[in-house]
Design a protein around this ligand. Structure first.
Ligand SMILES: C[S@@+](CC[C@H](N)C(=O)[O-])C[C@H]1O[C@@H](n2cnc3c(N)ncnc32)[C@H](O)[C@@H]1O
Length: 280
């Protein structure tokens, strides 16, 4: 049973955090001429209308992309992501928000290959329209976790596995940990980026410990929240674990996340984190 619908949350603080990091990962992969592969296991709709009643209902995007997209002083490293958002709002009015597969395809080069999975049939149908006939792009109506077995390792031998699950099922952190281990076992040199929501401190510590015990290579852990620790209204913030991050991402990400936090946190609550979970 799929209950999660990203339309309610598109463009929120977590999306800005997640897609900023996604853009930096893809730019780093494009430093070498050789084509790369990206697997997006949980793709969503691909493009969101912020005037849709579900977006209007939560208005989450106003605190996220709404506070960032028109800032003239945004750091250089944020520009590729912001350009991707601007490309879908060419008239200068923020109405549409691109999801991970659309941002990715925009930043990928013609010969880089993208495979995306979306299990929800309706969302899959929309996604097919949104990505259209993009070259070297395969769209699958299948379980993204099983896609790790189906598509890794890629023939390119370089690339990114991007896991952005819905966290609407029990033991999602356990499933994520097993998927990271599996992706790494199948494609040891690839980068794996996994988004997660910030839950109770005990759950977060258990997640960190399970990853540290998993025998992974260098792994970075980044987080951003604009709410205090005792926030319970909706998700407090989110994080991303990046196995085999590109060289220099830690130094690049720290000021970038701090800038985003300043821009999106009006109350100056919460903060950012960028630590090695498994050191270099
Ligand atoms: C958080 S949203 C994805 C957002 C998207 N990655 C983005 O950044 O724009 C999660 C999506 O995964 C889909 N989904 C849920 N379970 C899935 C599964 N096992 N395999 C693939 N997709 C799944 C949901 O329908 C939802 O659209």
């Amino acid at each position: 049973m799929l209950s999660y619908r990203h339309q309610f949350h598109a463009g929120n603080v977590s999306d800005v955090f997640k897609h900023t990091l996604l853009s930096r990962l893809l730019i780093a992969l494009a430093r070498k001429d050789k084509p790369y592969f990206m697997l997006d296991t949980h793709a969503g709709l691909g493009l969101y209308d912020l005037e849709h009643p579900w977006s209007q209902k939560t208005a989450e995007w106003r605190q996220g992309i709404g506070r960032v997209w028109a800032r003239a002083d945004a750091p250089e490293a944020l520009q590729p992501y912001l350009d991707a958002v601007r490309a879908d709002n060419a008239d200068g009015h923020l109405r549409h928000y691109p999801g991970s597969p659309r941002i990715a395809r925009r930043l990928m080069r013609a010969d880089d290959r993208l495979a995306v999975c979306e299990l929800n049939k309706d969302d899959f149908a929309t996604l097919k329209t949104v990505l259209g006939n993009a070259r070297h792009t395969a769209i699958h109506n299948q379980d993204g976790f099983s896609a790790i077995r189906a598509f890794l390792p890629p023939q390119e031998r370089r690339g990114l596995t991007f896991i952005d699950a819905s966290f609407d099922q029990a033991d999602e952190f356990g499933r994520i940990t097993r998927s990271i281990k599996e992706a790494h076992a199948r494609f040891a040199t690839g980068t794996i980026a996994v988004w997660y929501p910030l839950m109770a401190p005990s759950a977060m510590q258990a997640f960190a410990r399970s990853l540290q015990a998993a025998g992974l290579p260098k792994t970075l852990q980044l987080e951003l929240t604009v709410h205090p620790d005792d926030w319970t209204e909706h998700i407090r913030g989110s994080g991303m674990v990046i196995v085999n991050p590109p060289y220099g991402l830690d130094k690049e990400a720290r000021p970038l996340l701090d800038w985003l936090w300043q821009a999106m946190s009006l109350e100056k609550e919460g903060g950012t984190r960028c630590d090695w979970l498994v050191p270099e």
